[in-house]
Design a binder for this molecule. Structure first.
Ligand code: MIG
Length: 884
């Protein structure tokens, strides 16, 4: 409310040009507010690979302001900036290679970022830099708001209205121990009218103009039955916004963990060209410009400008700062069966047996909060789960896993060891009076572990040790829920902002980091229980920038309605853009009861999304895949089996996400950056660079309208191998049987020849390659293989990273990364070449040692697909197949 009183106009901040200092690390100077005379310190950094950082803090704050720790994976490597120009009122900074220039204007203070003469971004050009300096809490203080409207009204009432020192929310009172601390700034993105990112909202892929409505809010909340098309923040936040135009992608990463609002407005402005003639002026075009205004409740301004220039560069730049996606254990890419709740050991066995009886693969069964002894996490309900180890041994024999829920709230109960220990050690978040904060959650009265404290995280991680966590085994993995944190009966169902954390920071400062820290500690615990050998799997509901390092995220409590299936696509695409590839939505919709058709469509969509879990609410009817009649069972079986067959491709994509920050699930524009018609597409997407997936999200659909992006591309039906005749937007007939999936010409996709009962049953299952030829009759693709569960791929370089190239009628297998070695007896059994021009006469396969053999083949004239059978070519060796 206070910041919104400041309207676009001339900023009251001016640079003190005498204060400029230059070091290897950064350029520093001070700016002064013309009215309140408060000095702010500005630091500008260039960070290697096209990143700029702008930090603004008070020169001498009353006390230190909160600076987000633990999100950046390391102190970024800076590069020296040079002053290339200094004249009255202007300072120009250049990067080493002179590709980028930062033009700092003194009065008013503005920064313009140019790339090779083109202005890409400018900051404070609308004069919305806003910085509330810390003040002593005194009753007779002067009015303090920085803008005229607020300053002109000095009545106490008005101050309360603006919530300077305290704020009411219904019956809740937030006391601001340190008074007003908010910060904000505007950014103009030149030439851009497509912006994306800043999850998590139930909104369209393309961010909307907010000028006549609510701003996008980043404030992690547990909103049960959340609505669709709402800009309120739900469970998690990543303050990363991406802007895209045909020749460039840029990103703004606003590193602040307090409640944050983002206002967006896109407009067209006359192009600014220093023109000489009237004729040239007449030629002026309207160019788009997007203004983005960030406002945060506290902290400092610390913003990273990711200059791309491509989308993949921006993803790399963000990963360079916050880390890449953790490589998931292979099992976690299989199908997960969850419900609130699987009642007891018998229920678990019965559901597990049901999958085998119906010949449906699955990898993990999940237990929700009812499995515990009275919602005391790390314990078991003694009646329902009398022998959890035995139950896990049973699952282990089936080569499957168990995932249990562990929430952050701790039941107030002195006889509960976890509570007693944490209480004694002072590990809970405190209320404003210094007592342990108590809130209500599932166990009743609860305290909340202060995960912002590294000592608490270490202690928490130790709770996962097998000897401490009774009844746990190494097939047990973890699910963190309610970590926004969710606190019943509090304002907006979360922790009061004036609660106090480690080092005396108020909750308002760290709010959006709470879930991030719980998942971090949990993942650490799972790694430590295996003495550093095994990869963890932790699913979290709440998240922040960098959560990708710790595991997976799901979109929370969606509803069993078609509209929620539909919105899950842009929601997951947005998460992927923000670095979190391993994400999914509850298949079937958590709340309510899906009709058979919706459930089937959801399985078909989920099978082509990164995290694939069926889940349902307590009040929902049972929903195991075989409960909807024979026809539905058969179709769901088909969808899940397709997922399992696709795993080699998916796992390879995750390896790329892990090592090169490439998102697994990509909105079309990422793959087709020059094609404007793709920029707002959110009903289909690319899985990696090779598969185009178009889920069916309409009831009783007979057709779907598919956009085949890129006029130079060839697309093949993924299942029938037929080349699609038409380009552009095409109506495709659909049946209930499956959803449209297409393979892009020029790609090779590694698959398994058949699905097994779980991923572990498929270790030795042979591979099949789908080679889809492009207009030049070429194709290329990769396969990554390792043991699927340990860190040996890192520690001992035990992995295979292979490449398949089709060129001039020769398919060759070669090594991408010679440093990796992994022995497997697995072979490539079958190769299908799509779009092969003519019936061949002779096909031979030869390995590097000179052995040559003739290959059995079949050519389908109708589809132009050439199938090579019984190849038995080693996955870990070089070979060639020649077709004549
Ligand atoms: O408010 O643990 O999103 O997946 O089943 C309900 C019970 C609490 C919310 C999670 C949901 C989970 C449920 N939890």
């Amino acid at each position: 409310r206070r910041q919104k009183l400041l309207h676009p106009g001339k900023s009251l901040y001016r640079v003190l040009l005498d204060s400029v200092t230059l070091s290897d690390e950064n350029v520093k100077f001070q700016i002064i507010h013309e009215e309140n005379k408060v000095l702010l310190q500005v630091e500008i950094y260039e960070i290697e690979s096209n990143i700029f950082r702008l930090k603004i803090d008070e020169v001498s704050p009353l006390r230190a302001r909160y600076k987000v720790p633990d999100v950046l994976i390391k102190e970024p490597t800076t590069q020296r900036l040079f002053i290339s120009h200094k004249e009255a009122g202007i300072l120009v900074l250049s990067s080493v290679n002179e590709d980028y220039k930062l033009q700092v204007t003194s009065n008013p203070f503005q920064v313009e970022l140019q790339s090779k003469g083109e202005t890409v971004m400018s900051m404070n050009s609308n004069g919305l830099l806003y910085f509330e300096h810390l003040q002593p809490p005194s009753s007779d203080r002067e009015p303090t708001a920085q803008n005229e409207e607020a300053a002109s009204d000095s009545s106490k009432e008005k101050q309360e209205d603006l919530g300077l020192w305290q704020e009411k929310f219904g019956s809740f009172l937030d006391i601001k121990a340190h008074g007003p601390t908010s910060v904000g700034m505007d950014f103009s993105l030149h030439g851009y009218d497509h912006v994306y990112g800043i999850p998590q909202h139930t909104e369209t892929l393309l961010l909307k103009n907010t000028s006549d409505g609510d701003a996008y809010r980043l404030y992690n909340l547990d909103i049960f039955g959340h609505k669709i098309h709402d800009k309120i923040g739900i469970y998690g936040s990543v303050p990363l916004l991406l802007a895209h135009k045909p020749n460039r992608t840029s990103g703004i990463f606003w590193l602040n963990s307090s409640e944050t609002l983002v206002d967006i407005s896109t407009k067209a402005i006359a192009e600014h060209t220093p023109s000489r003639s009237a004729a040239e002026t007449a030629k002026q075009r309207a160019v788009p410009l997007t203004d983005v205004r960030w406002m945060s409740e506290s902290g400092i301004i610390d913003v990273f400008l990711l200059m791309g220039p491509t989308a993949f560069d921006v993803f790399k730049q963000f990963a360079q700062l916050t880390g890449t996606q953790a490589l998931p254990p292979l099992f976690s890419l299989g199908y997960h069966q969850c419900r609130w709740n699987y009642e007891d050991e018998q229920d678990v066995r019965a559901v597990d047996a049901g999958f085998d009886a119906h010949d449906i693969p699955y990898d993990a069964i999940w237990l929700d909060i009812e499995h515990t002894d009275g919602k005391r996490y790390f314990t078991w309900d003694k009646q329902k789960f009398q022998n959890p180890r035995k139950m896990q041994e049973h699952l282990r024999k089936k080569k499957r896993k168990l995932v249990v829920i562990i929430d952050p709230h701790i039941k107030v109960d002195p006889s509960y060891t976890l509570y007693a220990q944490a209480k004694e050690k002072g590990y809970f978040v405190k209320d404003r009076n210094g007592q342990d904060f108590e809130g209500i959650s599932w166990p009743g009265s609860s305290c909340y572990l202060d995960f912002t404290n590294p000592e608490v995280r270490k202690w928490y991680a130790d709770q996962f040790a097998f000897k401490t966590y009774k009844g746990s085994t190494n097939i047990l993995f973890v699910w963190n829920d309610m970590n926004e944190p969710s606190v019943f009966k509090e304002a907006e169902l979360t922790m009061q902002k004036d609660a106090v954390h480690y080092n005396n920071w108020e909750h308002r400062e760290v709010h959006n980091l709470y879930g991030f820290y719980q998942q971090m500690a949990t993942a650490e615990g799972l790694i430590r229980r295996s003495s550093g050998k095994e990869r963890p799997f932790v699913l979290t509901r709440s998240f922040f920038a960098g959560s990708q390092k710790y595991g997976a995220v799901w979109t929370g409590d969606n509803t069993a309605e078609w509209s929620y299936l539909k919105i899950s696509i842009p929601m997951l695409l947005t998460m992927n853009m923000a670095g979190i590839s391993f994400c999914g939505a509850d298949v079937g919709g958590f709340i309510g009861d899906p009709e058979a058709e919706l459930l089937v469509r959801w399985y078909q969509a989920g099978a082509y999304q990164p995290f694939f879990r069926g889940h349902s609410n307590m009040e929902s009817k049972r929903r195991e895949p075989w409960l909807f009649g024979e026809k539905s069972t058969q179709i769901i079986r088909g969808a899940i089996r397709e997922r399992y067959i696709l795993l080699p491709y998916l796992y390879t994509l995750f390896y790329r996400a892990h090592t090169a920050a490439e998102p697994v699930m990509r909105s079309l524009w990422i793959e087709f950056p020059g094609k404007i018609e793709t920029f707002d597409v959110e009903n289909e997407y690319m899985l990696g660079n090779a598969l185009l997936v178009h889920p069916v999200t309409e009831k009783e659909a007979k057709t779907v309208t598919v956009l085949f992006p890129g006029s130079e591309e060839i697309w093949y039906d993924f299942r029938k191998f037929k080349r699609m005749e038409d380009a552009g937007t095409v109506k495709i007939p659909v049946t209930l049987e499956n959803i449209p999936v297409f393979q892009r010409g020029g790609t090779v996709i590694p698959l398994k020849t058949t699905a097994g009962k779980s991923t572990e049953w498929m270790t030795d299952t042979p591979y099949e390659l789908h080679v889809a030829l492009d207009t030049e009759a070429c194709a290329v693709g990769e396969l990554y293989v390792d043991d699927g569960h340990s860190f040996q791929y890192l520690q001992k370089k035990q992995f295979l990273y292979r490449k398949f190239t089709f060129h001039k009628n020769v398919l060759s297998s070669s090594c991408v990364d010679e440093s990796g070695q992994y022995h497997t007896t697995c072979v490539v059994e079958r190769v299908i070449i799509l779009g092969f021009g003519k019936q061949p006469t002779f096909v031979t396969a030869s390995s590097k040692d000179g052995k040559k053999k003739e290959v059995v083949f079949a050519y389908d004239m109708k589809t132009s697909a050439l199938t090579l059978e019984k190849l038995a070519l080693s996955v870990d060796a070089d070979w060639e197949i020649c077709i004549s």
